[in-house]
Design a protein around this ligand. Sequence first.
Ligand code: OOB
Length: 541
Amino acid sequence: MVKEKNESGFIAALADAKQSYIDDGVLPPLTLWQWLEIWDRNYHQHTALVDGDEYLSYQGLKESAEYVAAGLQQQGIGAGDTVLVQLPNSNHFVVLCFALFRLGAKPIMAMPAHREKDINALCQQAQPVAYVVPDHFLGFNYQVLADHISQQHPCIRTVIIDGKSANHLTFEQFLHSAPLDPDTPQPSPTNIALLLLSGGTTGTPKLIPRTHADYAFNAIESAKVCRMSPQSVYLAALPISHNFPLACPGILGTLSVGGKVVMAKTAGDDEAFSLIEQEKVTITALVPPLAKLWLETKEWDETDISSLQLLQIGGSRLEEKVARQITPILGCQLQQVFGMAEGLLCYTRLDDDIETVATTQGKPLSTADQIQILAPDGSPVSPGEAGELLTKGPYTIKGYYLAEEHNKKAFTQEGFYQSGDLVRQTANGYLIVEGRLKEQINRAGEKIAIAEIEELLVEHPDVIDCILIPVPDERLGERSCAFVISDNPAFDLQQVQQYLTQHGLPRYKQPDQLEHIAMWPLTTVSKVNKQALSQLAIEND
Ligand code: OOB
């Protein structure tokens, strides 16, 4: 009961905040479903989505979503419910999201890489009524996970398998439901449309509530900045449960201009290159480690990727050296993207000079975005100095979903989100990301909350004390290294990884390196000297 009370208060406050941007004429007052209806009217027979040999037009997308919505409704799923979605990139994923948007039910955007620990935490927080998984993906059996999770969380009344299943409903069955009753009520533009996941800094993932109006704005304005048109072909290479490939401009931005989205199952260069050649892809988004891989591949691979006009790179720091290689080697324009699932998006613009594109992470998407850069004492830094980035704006959240205590720390009284990023601003308003204040590792764009891993590791019987640190890494940007104080010199990385797998942790959150240490090196003020640990990790690699 308490949860419901908090929830309705939170949702009302969120709706008020977004309503004021609607009243000011910044956010159009439409839901994502209403937008799809417009896109369907404008681009009816055009191809919207390509997934292997399955092509779906705008009309097909809307109609499929209506059938799936009807099927979900028959399962008792409706307005306000949350549905845990853990699917790889596919047309079905997009159809399902629009079906949920139509009903006013909220998808929780879990990633295929997530394992039991995160999924459990998400169920506890958001009490989903349904869980949607593939049968298998990349050698992992999601039915076993779904069965295990649904046994522990009675809130899950329906498990839906995208694929074959002997004992659960399949997505295919939903596509063949009876038509949706057109009188089914629609959500309001200021309702929560979806819940994105935050990398966070604590032991449990935080949910990011994005409303229909703000998320549509996010995607539509991003498509304008990227000058997308009906001729645009977007390759969804990164996992589309991420904000970047979903709406920056990503899938939703591409649909907003009548373009075509091509689904890649993995972000690997071999799959991506042949899809670019085959479908004449014009734009895609990558994290820096993948961009580096593409540069290497292009040296010998003769696949024709000349249709590619724009490569967006974001999620973690892009080295200037790599930035300068993009156009000469890949033959397309580079756009740096500094974004966060919480909202604020910064883009370099297509007519910026190469210096700006190679050395900055862009400027905010909207003139309505508010930015503060603060010194440790909370005062604004002098122009050009580095400080913590705080932000507030039409598409930035005012609080995580049902996380009242955490929100007091993560947001100021004026509603600014404290990003934990260390940035400075150039005279013409562009941001340069200098570093980070938050206790997080950015491993190839995936965020790892240091506290979560340390909390688990100290529970291991062989571990007396433990510290996890980011270490600069040629391939990943940053890798994670666990330093342990242990009485067992034979305790090794393999045991750590096994232990964390048993505790339901995905591979990307597990340390890449393990170092034993007798005692912590200290700074002059008696804090653990993490700089010295980082040095040691580099030397011992
Ligand atoms: C994107 O979103 P998240 O929520 O996974 O991570 C946000 C954090 C930022 O606070 C920052 O610490 C880091 O990722 N980050 C970057 C960066 N872009 C994001 N750090 C340095 N340089 C960059 N270009 O990562 C995300 C969301 C939407 C679009 C693009 C990225």
